[in-house]
Design a binder for this molecule. Structure first.
Ligand code: NAP
Length: 179
């Protein structure tokens, strides 16, 4: 049995997630939530793995990557992709799970953090156990989107609505039924 993983994403009212390779919005509260959620561990000495597509990696400003305190994994089939020390490259999602299994003494949870190509594949995998979705209650201009949530995911937690300027959003957690 390989590792299970979680997906974390922010979606607009139409499930849009990106525009021209970037996030269509800037929400401090959501960035804070993302950092806390993907960094939190219950076991001292362990850390979480964050796995992302190569384009999402490239969209993170240089000064903020790799994402601190987490093992960064970049999905790419390009063996010549240049990455900083300590950042791993995986050729597919199975390899991500295999890496997590090899490093199980050091890694607590695995988060798939985007983008569209990776979410589309990851959400259909049996190992995908939980979705952390920030629902932004507004439509933005987007050119990439999050897939439809399969019916076997059940929303079990929903936060109050937060407002940042004109933008309202809330955090929700979905759990896979009968994992
Ligand atoms: N709203 C959010 O929460 C959120 C989160 C993350 C990203 N985003 C947005 O999403 C957009 C980027 O999404 P995207 O779909 O264009 O790009 P992406 O998924 O970040 O990256 C795509 C690249 O990742 C590699 N890749 C993807 N799946 C792979 C697999 N199964 N095996 C091996 N390599 C794989 C390939 O790289 P190679 O070509 O190098 O092989 C592919 O070209 C941006 O606008 C970003 O801001 C939004």
């Amino acid at each position: 049995m390989s590792y299970s993983f979680n997906i974390i994403v922010a979606v607009d009212s139409q499930f849009g997630i990106g525009k021209s390779g970037l996030l269509p919005w800037h929400l401090k509260g959501d960035l804070k939530y993302f950092k806390e959620r993907t960094s939190h561990v219950d076991t001292m000495g362990k850390k979480n793995m964050v796995a992302m597509g190569r384009k999402t990696w490239e969209s993170i400003p240089q000064e903020f990557r790799p994402l601190s305190g987490r093992l960064n994994v970049v999905l790419s089939i390009n063996p010549r992709l240049s990455l900083p020390d300590g950042v791993l490259r995986c050729e597919n999602l199975q390899q991500v799970m295999d890496q997590a299994t090899v490093l199980k003494d050091d890694i607590e949870s695995v988060f798939i953090i985007g983008g569209a190509t990776v979410y589309k594949e990851a959400i259909l995998m049996a190992e995908c156990r939980r979705l952390y979705i920030t629902h932004i209650l507004r439509k933005f201009e987007c050119d990439s989107s999050f897939p439809k949530i399969p019916p076997y995911f059940k929303k079990n937690i929903q936060s109050d609505i937060t407002k940042e300027g004109e933008v309202a959003y809330y955090f929700a957690e979905y759990e896979r039924l009968n994992p």
